[in-house]
Design a protein around this ligand. Structure first.
Ligand SMILES: *Cc1c(COP(=O)(O)O)cnc(C)c1O
Length: 402
C-alpha cells in the first residue's frame, strides 16, 4: 500500500495510541532540568503518580523502558543468592524471572499454563514451607500482556499474610496501570513496576517504582550492585522535584497531561470504560467462534484479549493481512504462543468507535486470510455497546463485577 489515508490503528497491547493532548504537551521546548520551572513540574508529576498508584508512599520515575523498573525493583531490595518466588503467568513473567537469575538471585518459578493468573494458594503453600524465611520477595505480573490474564493481587497479599511470611510483595503493573483497578497501599504492595507506553498513553521511555517503607528498609541491606537505579539518590533529589541525572523532560510534560486526563475522566470511569471494551471484545470473539486464551472469567484482562487461532492457521499470516490491507497492527503471539495466538489491545486512549473499527478490521482480516470463523462479531460488540450506552454502568459496580 503506497498511500494510507486516515490513521494507523495501533491496537497492540502497548505501545498504545498517544492522544493529541499528550502529543501537544510534549511538543514544547526542553527546559533546564535544574531550573525553578522544572522543580514545580517534577513535584507535580511525582505527586500525581501517587494518585494513579493510589499510594502515599514515594514514586520513583526512571528515564527507561519498563524493563529498567523491573531491574530497579530487584537490585534495590536483594542481595546475591537471595531467594525470591515468581509465578509463570506468561512471557513477561518469564522475562522477569530470567532477569532475576542473571542478576544472581535464586528465582524460584512456580510453573503456570499461560492461561491462568498467579495461583495465590500455590504461593501460600510455598511460603508456608519456607519456615526459615529464605524467600525475600514474591513477584507477580498483575496483567500478563502475553496472555490477557489479570492476576488477583489482593489474593496474593492475603496468602502472604496467612503464611505470616515477611517477604516483600512486588507487582508488575506495566500493562494494567490506567486500565485496571490497582491500589498500592490498600493491597500492601511493597514495590510496583510501571511503564509509560501502555495505560498511561505516553510514548515509551518512562518507568516507575512505588517504594514502601518496608522496601526502603530492605534496600538498606541489599547488596546487589546498583547505581543508575538507586532509589536513595532518586528520593533525595525528588524531595524538591529534581532528579539525580537528566530526566526525560519532554516525556514528563506528557505525563503531566496524561495524569490530568485520567483524573478528569476519573480513575473509576477509566476502569469502567476498559471493562466495557474488554467485554465487547470478548463478545465479538465468541461470536466469531474463536477461543479466548484466558481460561478463567474472573481473570479476564481489561487491557487486551488474546485470541486462539484455529488449528493449522498461523496468526502471523493473519496479522500481516490486517496490516497490509487495513493498516492496523495487532499483537503477535509471544514465545511459546508464537503462531497460535493474536492479541487485540484495548488499553489506553480509545472509545467505542475505535474499538468497533478494530474489531471490524479483525473480522474482515479473518475472512481475507481464510481463517474459519462465523460472522457477526462486530454486530455482537455493537449490541453490547449500544445496551451499555442506554444504561451507563455505575463505575463502582463495573469494577466490583470484575
Ligand atoms: C510491556 C511490558 C513489559 C516490558 O516493558 P518494556 O517497556 O518493553 O521494557 C514488562 N511487563 C509487562 C507486563 C509488560 O506489558
Amino acid at each position: 500500500m503506497s498511500h494510507r489515508g486516515g490513521r494507523h490503528f495501533l491496537q497492540i497491547p502497548g505501545p498504545t495510541n498517544v492522544p493529541d493532548r499528550v502529543l501537544r504537551a510534549i511538543d514544547r521546548a526542553t527546559i533546564d532540568h535544574r531550573g525553578p520551572e522544572f522543580g514545580a513540574l517534577g513535584r507535580r508529576v511525582l505527586q500525581g503518580m501517587q494518585g494513579i498508584f493510589r499510594t502515599r508512599q514515594p514514586v520513583v520515575i526512571f528515564p527507561a523502558s519498563g524493563t529498567g523498573a523491573w531491574e530497579a525493583a530487584l537490585v534495590n531490595t536483594l542481595s546475591p543468592c537471595d531467594r525470591i518466588l515468581m509465578y509463570e503467568t506468561g512471557h513477561f513473567a518469564t522475562l522477569w524471572q530470567k532477569m532475576a537469575t542473571r542478576l544472581g538471585v535464586e528465582a524460584d518459578f512456580i510453573p503456570g499454563d499461560w492461561r491462568h493468573g498467579a495461583d495465590a494458594g500455590a504461593i501460600g503453600t510455598r511460603l508456608a514451607e519456607d519456615k526459615a524465611h529464605r524467600i525475600k520477595a514474591v513477584c507477580v505480573v498483575h496483567n500478563e500482556t502475553s496472555t490477557g490474564v489479570t492476576s488477583r493481587i489482593p489474593l496474593v497479599r492475603r496468602a502472604i499474610d496467612a503464611a505470616h511470611h515477611p517477604a516483600l510483595l512486588m507487582v508488575d503493573t506495566i500493562s494494567s496501570l490506567g486500565s485496571t483497578d490497582y491500589r498500592v497501599d490498600e493491597w500492601g504492595v511493597d514495590v510496583t513496576v510501571g511503564g509509560s507506553q501502555k495505560g498511561l498513553m505516553l510514548p515509551p521511555g518512562l518507568s516507575f517504582n512505588t517504594v514502601s517503607e518496608k522496601a526502603r528498609a530492605a534496600a538498606k541491606g541489599a547488596k546487589l550492585p546498583r547505581s543508575y537505579w538507586d532509589w536513595d539518590d532518586m528520593l533525595a533529589s525528588n524531595k524538591t522535584g529534581y532528579f539525580p541525572y537528566t530526566p526525560a523532560t519532554n516525556l514528563l510534560y506528557g505525563l503531566d497531561e496524561s495524569i490530568r486526563m485520567l483524573l478528569e475522566e476519573g480513575l473509576d470511569n477509566v476502569f469502567a470504560r476498559h471493562a466495557r471494551h474488554s467485554e465487547a471484545t470478548r463478545r465479538a470473539v465468541r461470536a466469531w467462534g474463536l477461543e479466548i486464551l484466558c481460561a478463567n472469567p474472573a481473570e479476564y484482562s481489561n487491557s487486551l484479549t488474546a485470541v486462539m487461532m484455529p488449528a493449522c492457521h498461523d496468526e502471523r499470516n493473519f496479522r500481516q493481512v490486517v496490516l497490509e490491507r487495513f493498516d492496523m497492527s495487532l499483537g503477535a503471539g509471544l514465545t511459546k504462543l508464537g503462531g497460535k495466538v493474536f492479541r487485540i489491545g484495548h488499553l489506553g486512549d480509545l472509545n467505542d468507535l475505535t474499538l468497533l473499527g478494530t474489531l471490524a478490521g479483525v473480522e474482515m482480516g479473518l475472512a481475507l486470510a481464510g481463517v474459519p470463523h462465523s460472522r457477526g462479531g462486530v454486530q455482537a460488540a455493537m449490541s453490547y455497546l449500544t445496551q451499555a450506552a442506554r444504561a451507563p454502568e455505575h463505575p463502582a459496580s463495573a469494577v466490583a463485577a470484575k
